[in-house]
Design a protein around this ligand. Structure first.
Ligand code: ADP
Length: 409
């Protein structure tokens, strides 16, 4: 084991790992130098296949550049990325063969993928089969994988699944109280999402706070446009708030989260089509729907400070819903030792953290108002001596994917 670690250390010195996140109309990438886990360059191709696709690229320490290119699919996007990586002026590689591994974000791994895997034909078939559960995400993820296979022949690809970390949940957490044949035949159950972020923040939070990750009892709150909370004990997920789809759980930017399934039936019986209900629940609800102001927490905060009562209610609902989950998960954990905040809201919203942590006094958590002013850095925001420690831990899904890819090659 020790020899392996030493070897791994020396190997790392030479390892450049590319992380690719291919969405329906975008492709994000980050190139890591794993010797010191630094970012060499990163970028984004957006509006793929639409009018005026844009390629935004940034080499470490330099200002981002932006170009409009005609890119019709993920293969074209990956080609543009490859040209840029070896561009004599702006690139970070002499040759594409310098890339040692490629880590791909894949949204849904179903029950089949419980951890990151090296990509081969069987894995690609598996990702294709899981597309039934994530029809908008898995197909473009696969296109990104296949584009990379063309441009980086022989370079190992690793699939890192958003759902994998949550596969440690037990049936009492992941089953819905529906007829069992729906689970058996249609795989209807809770899967959970944001798993790569929850995993990264759990281990980074344990390291930062000096907790043993083999035994720690931690609440991870990933609060962004999409939000979820996970109860993690000893590296295993006891429960998570998203469900079979990312619509479930907390109040999000435009998603409703927890909802009486009867509401869906009621809407349909009142003449709304399935597609209309889909749009209402996924795109017109959450902070946006309740406030009528915006899906963006900064706008909600500004409006409520100006006395907008709908924005105030949206904010209160966001906090209330989260507190209900915190209470339940605290009990499941047998008392959490730490609550960690991450994501755009978790890392930046002083007011949201203040409202949430101030309500945790019963659990022995006292807010340190001054520390809570911090943003986007690892930072304890509860007072010394708090039984439940609250902290900000910025997420880094790309680094987690690069690390998982490294571990597999
Ligand atoms: P996504 O889920 O799309 O990755 P992010 O994690 O980037 O989203 O989070 C976006 C959310 O973070 C938005 O609601 C935004 O308002 C919020 N946010 C970002 N910066 C701040 C800030 N300074 N104060 C309050 N909220 C913020």
């Amino acid at each position: 084991m020790k020899i392996r670690r030493v070897l791994y250390f020396f190997l790392e010195v030479f390892v450049k790992v590319l992380v690719v996140n291919a969405g329906s109309s975008s492709l994000k990438f980050t190139m890591f130098n794993m010797s010191d886990q630094s970012v060499l360059c990163k970028g984004l191709v957006e509006r793929i296949g639409l009018k005026s696709p844009r390629f935004i690229y940034q080499r470490c320490g330099e200002a981002p550049t932006e170009e409009v290119l005609s890119i019709v699919n993920h293969n074209g996007a990956m080609q543009a990325v490859c040209y840029k990586l070896i561009d004599p002026e702006q690139g970070v590689l002499k040759n594409l063969t310098e890339v040692e591994a490629i880590g791909h974000r894949v949204v849904h791994g179903g029950e089949r993928f419980t951890k990151a895997v090296k990509i081969d034909k069987t894995v690609k078939d598996g990702i294709r089969q899981c597309a039934a559960l994530a029809p908008l995400h898995n197909p473009p993820n696969l296109e990104g994988i296949e584009a990379c296979e063309g441009f980086f022949p022989g370079v190992p690809g690793v699939a890192v699944f958003d759902t994998a970390f949550h596969q440690s949940m037990q049936p009492e957490a992941y089953l819905y109280a529906l007829p069992r044949n729906l689970y058996n035949k249609l795989s209807i159950r809770k899967y959970g999402f944001h798993g790569t972020s929850h995993k990264y923040v759990y281990y980074e939070g344990c390291r930062f706070l000096g907790l043993d990750p083999e035994t720690a009892r931690v609440l991870v709150c990933h609060l962004g446009n999409g939000s979820s909370i996970t109860a993690v004990k000893g590296g295993k997920v006891l429960d998570t708030s998203m469900g079979m789809t990312p619509l479930m759980g907390l109040v999000m930017g435009t998603r409703c989260g927890v909802l009486d399934a009867g509401v869906v039936l009621h809407l349909i019986k009142n003449g709304y089509t399935v597609d209309e209900v889909d749009v209402i629940l996924n795109k017109k609800s959450g902070l946006q729907g309740v406030s009528g102001v915006s899906s963006d927490m900064r706008d909600i905060e500004a409006a409520r400070l100006k006395g907008n009562t709908d924005a105030q209610e949206a904010f209160d609902l966001f906090v209330h819903r989260l507190l209900v989950y915190i209470g339940g998960y605290h009990l499941l954990l047998g008392g959490a030792e730490a609550i960690l905040f991450t994501g755009g809201i978790g890392e930046n919203s002083v007011l949201s953290r203040q409202a949430i942590v101030s309500a945790l006094e019963a659990y022995g958590c006292e807010l340190d108002e001054e520390a809570n002013q911090k943003r986007q850095i690892n930072c304890v925001i509860s007072k010394p001596g708090s039984k439940l420690v609250a902290a900000i831990i910025p997420t880094n899904e790309e680094l987690m994917i690069a690390q998982e890819a490294m571990e597999l090659i």
